[in-house]
Design a protein around this ligand. Structure first.
Ligand SMILES: CC(C)(COP(=O)(O)OP(=O)(O)OC[C@H]1O[C@@H](n2cnc3c(N)ncnc32)[C@H](O)[C@@H]1OP(=O)(O)O)[C@@H](O)C(=O)NCCC(=O)NCCS
Length: 159
């Protein structure tokens, strides 16, 4: 349901947002590593962080859209889409991301497509290999199968 409170707007994060960013990403159950505020764009509602996103650069130069999260009560109102669109508008292609298989269709709307291991940058191929090995172990305990997908956007044909 649309809310009747202060407007939500996107801005660059500041150091004061660090605790809120860390909490929001951890509570969303996504990768809790490398959450330094200075790479983040946040959705702000009256001074409260209700959504996050960043682009991280890996040691091989691959840039990864990451930490896309929206507070549960704010989902389904276009905040996630606005954050991803803003990050894409600020960064040159190509861009990559890692996501659970259940989120693959969400990222397709922004032009991301799943990559084979051969088409992944080295850094993301490693994350893909290790992440999927861990998920296979977890699935033995939980009997729920999830997979990690690496997607890319704006990748030149010759790569
Ligand atoms: C994924 C997430 C960021 C989406 O944020 P959001 O603000 O609810 O997304 P939006 O409102 O911008 O959604 C835009 C569209 O995508 C759809 N959508 C949302 N989540 C989706 C999903 N997992 N798969 C496919 N479509 C999805 C919405 O229904 C909406 O479609 P519509 O415009 O036709 O109504 C949010 O659900 C979230 O924080 N999830 C937990 C953390 C997470 O999984 N993050 C992704 C890490 S890879």
């Amino acid at each position: 349901m649309p809310h009747a409170g202060p407007p939500v707007y996107l801005r660059s994060a500041t150091a004061a947002d660090q605790p809120a960013i860390t909490r929001l990403v951890r509570d969303a159950g996504i990768n809790p590593m490398k959450l330094e505020w200075y790479r983040f764009v946040v959705a702000d509602e009256g001074g409260r962080v209700v959504g996050t996103g960043q682009v991280k650069t890996h040691s091989d130069g691959a840039r990864e859209v990451a930490s896309i999260a929206v507070l549960p009560e704010w989902r389904g109102q276009g905040i996630g889409r606005a954050i991803v669109a803003t990050l894409l508008s600020l960064q040159p292609a190509p861009l990559y991301l890692c996501c659970g298989g259940h989120n693959e269709s969400y990222y397709r709307q922004f032009g991301f497509t799943p990559l084979s291991p051969a088409a992944m940058p080295r850094s993301l191929r490693r994350i893909h290999r290790i992440g999927n090995a861990l998920l296979r172990l977890v699935s033995l305990l939980t009997r729920q199968r999830e997979r990690l997908v690496v997607m890319g956007q704006g990748i030149p044909d010759f790569l």
